[in-house]
Design a protein around this ligand. Structure first.
Ligand SMILES: *Cc1c(COP(=O)(O)O)cnc(C)c1O
Length: 377
């Protein structure tokens, strides 16, 4: 049996009769950039995330940049981000000319550890980016307190967190602003690149709207620097259709996670993902951590399990194999191995199992069976 890591084809076929006419409609209207399909999606997505404003963008990376750019982050500023995240979180800062400052993650949520943030603050610190990694919210309340105390901007990288909740409210409108990604493999995925900026701040919304389109107030009148960060019409149409199914798909992901948790709970050396009491996890990724005593032994066990699953047709992933402070591109910042033990541990002993809403019980049981089989040997 072959279990893919995710299955975009099955999902497309399940909604083909809605997607195809929606795309055809864009072709017929030739509204290829922004246009009605994007405007409608922006409205609907703002409602889904319970936030006032939403702007569709060309990618999540671009949305990361727009959020910090719109909030005035620039050269000389430092931006605090977790060491355990996808690289694009850091590009938000570097594209503004600012310097990323890394902070370790919490050992259970794998998200930025609020207890470690204050020691990273300097007189150059301008912003904190809370990433809702793997589909689980960062612990926002203590971060808000720190931001308030030190007069810092607090934003969310919600690229993996569509419909994720923190204390009963969807993320995206809980801080100064948030960025989302609609990369095809995300929980809400376009059929190409896409992203969004969300905020409750009308002034910021207006600034980001300008920055997204060449800094213009009207065509060919450029009030400020800007860039081309617009969403395509076809992506707006696809996302508009898919958003209607997102609640159901999120429930399905949570059901897959519950079955994994149940099937793996008897294995001492497997730590299953913990849903923190403060939030609702949407399981963009289902990341287990291997524990065999020392980190070295845990890594060895992880690599063996990874090979065993791969040989048996189960596609697995690493999220992410190298924490940001150990990436070559950030060599100049002076970090070293050992600086952020929790981030290094999930990088070196974590393993992501297949996760998508269309997973059948047969597929889930196969994965669970193979993991259990590995540990019996
Ligand atoms: C996917 C992702 C991004 C970037 O989104 P793109 O749409 O691929 O540019 C940013 N941050 C995180 C945490 C992501 O997972």
């Amino acid at each position: 049996m072959n279990i893919p890591f995710l299955d975009l084809k099955t999902q497309y076929l399940s909604i083909k009769d809605e997607i195809d006419p929606a795309i055809q409609n864009v072709l017929d209207n030739t509204a290829f950039i922004l246009g009605p399909s994007v405007q409608n999606f922006e409205k609907d997505f703002a409602v889904a995330q319970q936030v006032k404003y939403c702007l569709g963008t060309s990618s999540g990376t671009d949305a990361n940049h727009l959020v910090l750019w719109g909030l005035g982050v620039g050269p000389g500023d430092e931006v605090i981000i977790p060491a355990n995240t996808f690289i694009a979180t850091a590009w938000g800062a570097t594209l503004c000319g600012a310097t990323p400052v890394f902070v370790d993650c919490h050992p259970e949520s794998y998200n930025i550890d609020p207890a470690k943030v204050e020691e990273a603050i300097t007189d150059k610190t301008k912003a904190i980016v809370a990433v809702h990694l793997y589909g689980q919210s960062a612990d926002l309340d203590p971060l808000k307190e720190i931001a308030k105390k030190h007069n810092l901007i607090l934003v969310e990288d919600a690229a993996q967190a569509h419909l994720t909740e923190y204390k009963g409210k969807p993320v995206g409108g809980l801080t100064d602003a948030a960025s989302f990604s609609f990369y095809p493999g995300k929980n809400l995925g376009a059929y190409g690149e896409g992203g969004a900026v969300t905020t409750n701040d009308e002034a910021l919304f207006n600034r980001v709207k300008k920055l997204r389109e060449h800094g213009q107030s009207q065509k060919y009148y450029h009030d400020s620097y800007g860039h081309n960060y617009r969403m395509e019409g076809i992506q707006g149409a696809v996302l508009g259709v898919k958003l209607k199914h997102l609640n159901k798909w999120t429930d399905a992901r949570r059901a897959v996670a519950a079955k994994y948790n149940e099937g793996l709970k008897g294995i001492d050396s497997v730590i299953t993902p913990k849903e923190m009491a403060y939030g609702k996890h949407v399981y963009h990724l289902y990341v287990i951590q291997l524990n065999a005593g020392t980190l070295e032994k845990s890594t060895e066990l992880r690599d063996k399990l990874k090979d065993y699953l791969t040989e048996n047709g189960v596609s697995v992933g690493l999220h992410y194999p190298i924490p940001l402070h150990q990436q070559k591109c950030f060599e100049g910042l002076g970090y070293k191995k050992g600086d952020f033990p929790n981030s290094e541990r999930i990088a070196e002993a974590g393993l992501s199992l297949p996760m998508y809403p269309e997973m059948t019980d047969e597929q889930i049981n196969y994965v669970v069976g193979k993991v259990n089989e590995f540990f019996k040997k």
